[in-house]
Ligand binder design. Sequence first.
Ligand code: TPP
Ligand code: MG
Length: 794
Amino acid sequence: MPDPADRPNVRILEALERQVLWLSTYMIHHANHIRPNEDGLKIGGHQASSASLATIMTALWFHVLKPTDRVAVKPHSGPVYHAIHYLLGNRTRDSLENYRGFGGIQSYPSRTKDGDDVDFSTGSVGLSVAQTIFASLVQDYVCLKGRMKNRPEGRVIAFAGDAELDEGNIYEALIEGWKQGLRNCWWIIDYNRQSLDAVIREGLWEKIETIFGNFGWDVIILKYGTLMEAAFAEPGGDRLRAWIDTCPNQLYSALCFQGGAAFRRKLLDDLGDQGPVTKLIERRSDAELLRLMSNLGGHDLPLILETFEKAEGDRPKCFIAYTIKGYGLPFQGHKDNHAGLMTPSQIDAFQNELGIRKAHEWEPFEAIKEIREEVKNFVAARSNVLKSEMRLHAETVVVPSKLEYRTEKKLSTQQGFGLILQDLARSEHRLADHIVTCSPDVTVSTNLGAWVNRRGLFAHDAVADLFKKEKIPSTFAWDFSPQGQHFELGIAENNLCLMLAALGLSHSMNGERLIPIGTLYDPFVARCLDSLNHACYQDARFILVGTPSGVTLAPEGGVHQSIGTPLIGMAQDGLASFEPAFVDELEVILRWSFAYLQKSPQKNKKPSWVREESGGSVYLRLTTRPVEQITRTLTPDIEADMIDGAYWLRKPGPNPDCVIIAMGAVMPEAIDAVGQLADKRRDVGLLAVTSADRLNAGWTAATRARAQGYAAPASAIERHLARLSPHTRLITVLDGHPATLSWIGGVRGHHVVSLGVEHFGQSGTIRDLYRHFEIDSRAILEAVQSVTAGQRII
Ligand SMILES: Cc1ncc(C[n+]2csc(CCOP(=O)(O)OP(=O)(O)O)c2C)c(N)n1
Ligand SMILES: [Mg+2]
């Protein structure tokens, strides 16, 4: 336990807390009342929500945190967070003045937008809280493999609003953490008993205590501050304590808002005894009484310091900190205070109370008078300590010039994915040691089995596969050990993306580059969409494999069919998506992806629209449909085309009547159709799309650049279509929503017919379903017939 003698003077922290509260409050005031705002929009509130955690956050950043700790803050504590980092020298005054402005600091702290101090981006409640569980597991993963490079382990800490615990993903993560032996994780719950709209249910703390206790967490409650404890020790104090314990949340909040006189009235009404309790109350002025009654644990610095000092050991810990929303501000406790803004006269009054001179509002230590120099020195020293470990870097892992795999005449892309990983698992290539796979209970059915057989499952303690030990025949060996490289997750897909986010930030958080690959059934991408977005927003780097996909999984059934995922892949920022048809394409794409996800944004360089230089994550949409493989040698040009999004599988002649543009599992249909068209239409070509996303992004980027006056070279799709005549008809086809490829008609103004899937819910054979949804070769021929002149085709 740290020596309490090392504790900073509480006066220093109290002074800092006031300064932090001022800056956070003023930041919002400035954005609303001082900075020009031509839109007339209110620039958010959060004064109340932020103030709620000002005391604990001050204590953490100015004393409790170790440089190796990683912290996710409650979204609405952004202003307090930024104020703290301003004092620590990690924010400029300009950035505070431009809070929520263009290029300014974000309302919800962001890893990519705000500064190197932000460990987890926040905004969508519940996600960053849950991500701390996975970040802690990833730290263990790196640690147990001896790759921490002499850095000590840190704690991974989340601040959560009490209403954040309504999010279901919290409980999915709790179960997973329990299964995986979570350590070194702290959650500090801002128990202000208010959400956005309302005051929360009575007794929630008991539920939290039981739930967390059940999952093996230590639960520590910070309820009564030092002033309260002292009052409880006075004669009659036990009755005051009983009153506080039974006071409904609504009433307590309302009295905190109304102030000391209201508390006095109510307490005397309820407890007045003309004896010790009355004396206890009457001994205090209204201001003192309010100070006493709002001295909840989460606002009491001595208690906070002592509690966190005592929190020893690596068991996960949940701190329930009683707080008051809007603490110290005029709307404290008011149920409507979430977006409440202090009026200019309230700000003036607050400014006067703190002794802040006009025109000195942004001065870092303006609210601190007598001990200003002492505080400044203290903060400077603290800043040096914390800075040392903010963002780490890891070397790039070299990618082999070719990924080997055992090919077969017919293969599905999903099988090919398994075969490539199987070969990597057997190889001695360093890249293989950096790969970490994970899957929400679909490891085997997404073809990761062979990889896992070789590389094993990760766990803190070795557990041998009992079936193997007992010599019971089984295709898979499920041996768990600290050397294992696969996280077997429970079915919650949301946890998969939170895990990918955590693994995909390991280079920056732990200084160890991991190459994460997560697999799931493609339709369930929708289940983890927000956490996928959250992972991309943080610039975590990973490969997400959605397989099987589309209606091609045929007999598997309607609800397992995905239609919209190609559009998700196109629309998701930070994610390059691919849908190959052949395994040699997949090999090229995977090889590129391993390098792409290790690239880093160039400082001071405007990122290009296609992220070629700055890198990103990758989404692969694969299928279980075995497809005849083509024996061919890929030239570097074709490989480059595959990465850019499309290549000619059959080049059209000089004056084509039509061109088929196909993506993914339907490629055999397109090949068949092109064959049948050979003597019926002139010069027909087949363009194989590997990535509608990159093809589209390349086109958009080139168009934009030209609009800005740059001589941008033709994008891939412009190049491909340049060989067509204006009258050439385009037929696009994929097992997914037709809009994925229909935009191609707009590139050079070609007439386009787009085939795809708009409905789902039928099971059957692939042939049945391709016919039903009209994405088979016959449908392609019908489409050609409908838009081209010439002899009847069918
Ligand atoms: C996923 C998601 N849903 C809704 C919101 C809008 N929202 C912001 S804060 C909030 C409630 C906050 O309550 P709590 O977590 O208790 O924090 P407090 O306001 O008490 O500080 C809501 C619903 C959001 N940011 N994210
Ligand atoms: Mg709350």
